[in-house]
Design a protein around this ligand. Structure first.
Ligand code: 4F9
Length: 247
């Protein structure tokens, strides 16, 4: 999978290409990242990428033109691939990123990301050249780079071959619309607390049932909204519903 990324801080993305699961997947050739710096597409002597806002006020606004020039170069490079890659701007104004959207993105051959800085981007650029705005939460950070890294990380770990054990991606939180169950490892007794007996029983069906019930219990306690949407999507069995009634 190919990511094209517009950023004035390309080095930040070494965090993804060099470390951990995403780094290994990168070494394996499962994904690659092409960074495009708007500064390289600036047209004035100062290589400006931002300017003061019309109407006044604090902060700066990213110029549309260097970003469009970068997007044009990216489309040229992407020629030949069947579908046009979506252009996504990471923004607190975007729709919240979900596991569902992450799986959809992981199925695409290419995605283009815009990680903006300063206070804003010229609205005309967003209107005419950006397909989608995505938020990673209701808070503001210093730029779109960290949100872009979170999106790329979430997508890359779903690519076939990224995880050593593919079951991990299927069993973790959100994959089935619920939060993950609790996990335990050695020692059997830690600070006086025993590992739940069922996990030592070797009875696979009972273990699976226990884990499912723990997921349901934790999700109901921490994120009741997720129980509702799992139900609406038909992800809860009659057995699940019976268990929920006992809580
Ligand atoms: C982007 C915050 C996506 C949350 C981009 C400042 C951002 C963000 N989700 N904050 N620039």
């Amino acid at each position: 999978m190919r990511f094209d990324l517009i950023t004035i801080f390309p080095q930040m993305f070494d965090a993804l290409t060099r470390y951990g699961i995403t780094g290994r997947a990168h070494d394996r050739g499962l994904w690659n990242l092409n960074c495009w710096n708007p500064r390289d597409f600036a047209t004035d002597a100062y290589r400006s990428v931002d300017d003061r806002p019309y109407g006044g006020g604090p902060g700066m606004v990213m110029l549309a033109e260097p970003i469009v020039a970068a997007l044009d170069r990216i489309s040229e490079q992407q020629q030949g691939s069947s579908e046009r890659a979506p252009v996504i701007h990471l923004s607190p104004r975007g729709s919240p990123l979900t596991h569902r959207r992450v799986t959809q993105l992981a199925a695409l051959p290419a995605v283009t990301l815009l990680a903006s800085r300063y206070e804003a981007v010229d609205q005309r650029l967003l209107d005419k050249h950006v397909d989608e705005e995505i938020s990673i939460g209701d808070f503001v950070v210093s730029g779109g780079e960290l949100p872009a890294m979170m999106l790329i990380d979430a997508v890359v770990r779903l690519l076939p071959g990224a995880l050593n054990d593919q079951r991990s991606a299927i069993e973790e939180s959100f994959a089935d619309g619920l939060l993950d169950c609790p996990h335990y490892t050695r020692p059997e007794i830690f600070e006086g607390e025993r590992v739940p007996e069922v996990l030592l029983s070797g009875h696979h069906a009972n273990i699976a049932r226990w884990r499912r019930e723990q997921s349901l219990r934790e999700t109901r306690a921490r994120r009741p909204d997720l129980i509702e949407s799992a139900r609406a999507q038909g992800l809860l069995s009659p057995q699940d519903e019976r268990f929920l009634k006992t809580l």
